[in-house]
Design a protein around this ligand. Structure first.
Ligand SMILES: *[C@@H]1O[C@H](CO)[C@@H](O)[C@H](O)[C@H]1NC(C)=O
Length: 403
């Protein structure tokens, strides 16, 4: 009896030790977040073990999360939901049933997951698109682009781009009764990266007549040349997206070369030849004072690394939308950016807000002072987060006013 009790005590102490993580004081629902985080960390550990034993790819294990949250396309009296294809790319399409005389608005949505995991068919993304469609009486196209490591850069971008181009054809807009002047694009995390890149590249595309009225970026990743911005330093061990996982996603998107992962970890991946690009992500210039606190800017261009030149992809604005000239930002549409305080990607979003405003683009910036990365993916189920639901509501309200 005593022995059993002892083992139970040891086991529960170990479990509590594993789950418990000190979190910032102002974070809501801390225990829920800790449990979510423990779940993700277990998945990361399992992935590492599977990889070490040579039993499978790391990302196949992480991607079990996607499979576990799959939901089939389900229509109801308000929205017809179907899985179909636009060109060669699978999409989940939401068409509101409500009849009206005026043409409908439309949104293209691109899910997150570090270019390596995730799907439009995940329960929370499905719900977000359904709400958007219902409340705006809008057509929503949620894109299931191909994922790394099987398909590396620029496949995810090209899939998202081709869906946008397909949808923006006048014959297709007519087919779905969509108003060509009221279409937007949105995405979270890696999906925010893709949405920003697609919006930029469409500006220069002579084949596309309809342009986006708005873009909405949820805590997007927008650059890859400086992985030591203040937010990277402050939040490297925060729940959901620790820096090592982000770096793993990033390196898988670009190459199978393991030395690249190591170069990214030490921020030694940009060759001196590309020093001129650092001005685009210079946090000393672009971050408001309160985000710089406790950090001293050291010019990254004083480093002299010889690794980055092997990966020109890193410097491609389709991979890193922040690396585009100011003049090219000018034509961008009204932009909604959400950033979260406890997120490695926080400063990417804030720098983009600063640069867009400087270029004369109208931006609504919603900075959430008490959130970690990725909360929009927890909209439903036992671990649904209030803060994610509020974020979704604010976003849809903003869309309703501005699209
Ligand atoms: C970054 O900005 C600071 C402050 O404006 C400036 O002194 C520095 O030269 C800049 N560095 C780069 C690489 O742009």
């Amino acid at each position: 009896m005593g022995g059993k009790f002892f083992y139970l005590l040891v086991a529960s102490t170990l479990i509590a030790y594993y789950i418990y993580r000190p979190l910032p004081e102002n974070v809501e629902e801390p225990w829920k977040l800790m449990l979510l985080d423990a779940g993700f960390r277990s998945l990361i550990h399992a992935a590492t073990i599977v990889e070490k034993l040579g039993l499978g790819h790391y990302m196949d294990v992480i991607n079990l999360y996607t499979i576990a949250t799959y939901t089939p396309p389900t229509s109801d009296e308000k929205v017809i939901v179907t899985d179909t294809k636009f060109g060669h790319v699978p999409v989940r399409l939401y068409i509101p049933t409500k009849q009206s005389d005026v043409l409908k608005r439309a949104m293209i949505f691109i899910h997150g997951g570090g270019w390596c995991i995730g799907s439009a068919t995940m329960k929370s993304y499905d719900l977000l698109s359904r709400w958007t469609s219902e409340r705006l009486n809008a057509v929503v196209v949620s894109v299931d682009y191909r994922l790394a490591p099987k398909y590396r850069f620029p496949v995810a971008f090209e899939d998202a781009y081709s869906v946008a181009k397909y949808f923006l054809q006048s014959s297709i807009l007519e087919k779905y009764n969509v108003d060509a002047s009221r279409i937007g694009i949105a995405g979270d995390s890696a999906g925010g990266n893709l949405a920003a890149a697609v919006t930029q590249q469409l500006l220069d595309d002579p084949e596309v007549k309809a342009k986006f009225k708005i873009q909405a970026l949820f805590y997007p990743g927008l650059q890859t040349i400086d992985l030591e911005l203040p937010s990277y330093q402050d939040n490297k061990n925060m729940p959901i997206l620790p820096k090592t996982l982000l770096i793993r996603f990033l390196s898988e998107y670009i190459t199978s070369d393991e030395s690249f992962f190591n170069a990214l970890e030490t921020n030694q991946h940009v060759h001196a030849e590309f020093n001129h690009l650092f001005k685009f992500v210079n946090w000393s210039n672009w971050l408001p004072e309160r985000f710089k606190k406790g950090h001293v800017y050291t010019d990254p261009s004083h480093r002299n690394f010889k690794i980055g030149h092997k990966y020109p992809d890193l410097l491609d604005p389709r991979m890193a939308p922040l690396l585009i000239e100011d003049i090219k930002l000018r034509g961008l549409p009204l932009t909604y950016v959400i950033t979260c305080q406890y997120d490695v990607l926080r400063d990417d979003g804030i720098i983009y807000v600063s640069r867009l405003r400087k270029a004369g683009v109208q931006v609504t910036h919603e900075h959430v002072d008490n959130a970690v990365h990725g909360v929009i993916t927890f909209l439903t189920g036992p671990f649904a987060l209030n803060i994610g639901q509020r974020m979704a509501n604010n976003y849809i309200e903003w869309l309703n006013k501005n699209l």
